[in-house]
Design a protein around this ligand. Sequence first.
Ligand SMILES: Cc1cc2nc3c(=O)[nH]c(=O)nc-3n(C[C@H](O)[C@H](O)[C@H](O)COP(=O)(O)OP(=O)(O)OC[C@H]3O[C@@H](n4cnc5c(N)ncnc54)[C@H](O)[C@@H]3O)c2cc1C
Length: 337
Amino acid sequence: MQIHTDYPLLQHNTFGIEAKCAHFVEYNNEDELREALKLIRKDKDTPWLHIGGGSNLLFTRDYPGTILHSGILGKEVMEESKDSLLLRVGAAEDWDSLVEWCVSRGYHGLENLSLIPGEAGASAVQNIGAYGVEVESLIEKVETLHVETGAARIFQHDECEYGYRTSIFKQAYKGKFIVTHVQYRLSKAFHPQTSYGALKNLSENRPTPPTATEVRNEVIRIRREKLPDPAEIGSAGSFFMNPVISEAQFRLLQSQHPDIPNYPAKGGIKVPAGWLIEQCGWKGKQLGQAGVHPRQALVLVNLGHATGAEIQLLSQEIQKDVATRFNINLHPEVLFL
Ligand SMILES: Cc1cc2nc3c(=O)[nH]c(=O)nc-3n(C[C@H](O)[C@H](O)[C@H](O)COP(=O)(O)OP(=O)(O)OC[C@H]3O[C@@H](n4cnc5c(N)ncnc54)[C@H](O)[C@@H]3O)c2cc1C
């Protein structure tokens, strides 16, 4: 286990914020994690946080406590049948390298989730999703350690309470369990999921369905066209969640904006946050070194040396404008620290 003091976080957040933390602990196995958790329990007054690749976080100041990071790697086929296999993956495995590895071996299901930044452990916390697939549809078990006792607990899929970009690990059990491994049920046959808008052209006007590699390559191509590469421009992907509003509020808005995009959702109608932000004139605008991406208004970017506080301020200005113009409150998808 490595323990660092006054540690720079620049390489640990995709926004590229130059914050530091008081202590940074990287462990390599469950025993080391238990030791790290003992240290955290001993020092009850010091805050702590577990991060993955830092692609959904915004450091608004130096973090005054301890940051934990997993070094647990490994991919292991636990069971295999004619049709499927159960793959156990260490929490620290890089997500997109895992997708590439699975596609190259004919283990299917993750293709639409190509190029999402982050690590496998967080995939099970965040319920990552893209192009019509949410990772929860492939997760069978989530292996964890209990923060208070260090005891191992395996969550079956149904215990994880998955929803849109959320799980029990972000809600009722927030800060209570650390994910050490995730078990994914993958298929040996490839069933392309191309019904989602941008992927439809992959299946149209061709005699045979697309291969897994074709779907992965197309997802990567579209994402590179639409989204900034965190290696070049700092961001955390979609900054706000898409709001779900009541039918009545939607009908009122539609009478004023007949072109408002909308999707049926649990509890009402989902409206794209990016569209609302664009209507308020924020697309491509900047406040100091914090900006709104010119091709995707839902993505806030670091234009060079923005502080987390600058990005937070920009997000608040956007929230104010959207609330004033549409009477809709935008909620950040990104975790503020
Ligand atoms: C350019 C870009 C594009 C993106 N596109 C998408 C997209 O298409 N779809 C999508 O769903 N997301 C997307 N995201 C968001 C992000 O990639 C996901 O939320 C990802 O799962 C975060 O992984 P991470 O390892 O970086 O986690 P972090 O950001 O470090 O952490 C996220 C949360 O998980 C918790 N956590 C991390 N590891 C563990 C662990 N081992 N045990 C317990 N808790 C843990 C953290 O405490 C935090 O609450 C995008 C981000 C960027 C920068």
